[in-house]
Design a protein around this ligand. Structure first.
Ligand code: NAD
Length: 366
């Protein structure tokens, strides 16, 4: 019997509610696949500020270090919004976690089942079969981290701010490996997004990607697109893409655009994979829903648990190498949703099924 050792950080708002459902689903799957769940729960975000004085206490970091993966809920809420920006739960918890585990590869599936096309802001005739794409975003380089990063007062009384965009060839090849693996497991088409007509980092990005894919994965169909065009093409015809992959800031913007055209925040999961291997020889990763803590519905049994459950499925796939168990969870969510158990996600109307109804439908479909 294999043991799955992971940290559980539910966070704030709907985080603990949807996390409990994900754990219940994992328990059922573990029994079916003879897996032993060995997880430890720890505070993160606002609740950690309340209980320990900081959003990411050392004790929580320690729990993560001893684990092979992190299942994360979401953090933040009105109670902590008046704190200085550097102490805000998201910034003070998620960014240090990414840094501590060198989580350089963000994988976000953009999935909209055909039965839910009405939930998308796009015209349904543009997406008759729903949406099925993946965005791979580089997460630890680029303009968010490059130095110098500062605001200075100039001699003439003006004020100047500088951010610096930096990429190394090795960083680009590292994320290209993740894009290659993802494309190989899907439609074998990669679209690399950059701004090579203006930015030096993009010129290096495009050259590196072209040479690397030609050498390592010549069987894949590779195309390049400028980011402004990619933003337009995503709303014009999202399914022209199979796997989009891009640098940090472009990926930040495009993956949120992708989330919105998929209609429902409550359905979207994500994985952030680290540079190191876990004790099982798989990538260490942090797995979390795309949405936030939804304070407007917290505590009302209204939250859609699907994104948290699908994040748990991604954890099984990437950090534990359990493809079959992961697919079983994904199929169960799909069956439940297609069967008509639509959660009370804002996209589907608040009068739809409750969190517990959704849990029952998914567990019944496992
Ligand atoms: P949000 O994603 O929490 O909510 C936006 C809307 O989507 C709300 O109407 C909410 O009810 C709905 N929604 C989100 N997830 C849902 C789900 N699973 N089921 C049903 N409906 C769902 O974004 P926001 O309102 O901008 O932010 C609220 C708080 O969450 C803020 O404190 C913000 O900082 C934090 N946040 C955290 C993360 C994170 O932890 N990664 C991400 C985004 C926002």
């Amino acid at each position: 019997m294999s043991t799955l050792k992971f940290a559980v950080l539910p966070g704030d708002g709907i985080g603990p509610e949807v996390m409990q459902v994900a754990l219940n689903v994992l328990n059922v799957v573990a029994e079916k696949h003879q897996l032993q769940l060995d997880f430890q729960q720890a505070d993160v975000g606002g609740i950690a500020i309340d209980n320990h004085g900081q959003a990411l206490p050392n004790s929580t970091l320690e729990v993560c270090r001893e684990a092979d993966a992190i299942l994360f809920g979401s953090v933040g809420g009105p109670k902590w919004e008046s704190l200085p920006p550097k102490e805000q739960p998201e910034r003070a918890a998620l960014l240090p976690l990414r840094k501590a585990f060198s989580l350089y590869a963000n994988i976000r599936p953009g999935l909209l089942y055909p039965e839910l096309t009405e939930a998308s802001p796009l015209k349904t005739d543009r997406i008759p079969n729903g949406i099925d794409i993946v965005c791979i975003r580089e997460l630890t380089g680029g303009i968010y981290f490059g130095q110098p990063k500062e605001t200075t007062s100039l001699d003439d009384g003006d004020i100047q701010a500088v951010d610096t965009m930096v990429y190394k060839k090795s960083e680009i090849e590292r994320i290209a490996d993740v894009a290659i693996a993802t494309a190989r497991s899907r439609g074998k088409r990669l679209c690399s997004v950059d701004k090579a007509n203006v930015l030096e980092t993009s010129v290096l990005w495009r050259k590196t990607v072209s040479e690397y894919i030609a050498e390592k994965a010549p069987e894949l169909e590779l195309s390049h697109m400028y980011v402004d065009n990619a933003a337009m093409q995503l709303v014009r015809d999202p399914n022209q893409f199979d796997v989009l992959f891009t640098e940090n800031m472009f990926g930040d913007i495009l993956s949120d655009e992708m989330a919105v055209i998929c209609g429902s925040l409550g359905m979207l999961a994500s994985a952030s994979l680290g540079a190191g291997e876990n004790s099982l020889g798989h990538p260490f990763g942090l797995f979390e829903p795309a949405g936030g803590t939804a304070p407007d519905i917290a505590g009302k049994n209204l939250a859609n648990p699907s994104a948290q459950i699908l994040s748990a499925a991604m954890m099984l796939r990437y950090s534990f190498g359990l493809e079959e168990a992961a697919a079983q969870i994904e199929n169960a969510v799909e069956t439940a949703v297609k069967g008509g158990t639509r959660t009370s996600d804002i996209a589907f109307g608040r009068d739809a099924a409750s969190t517990t109804d959704m849990e029952k439908a998914i567990i019944a479909a496992l």
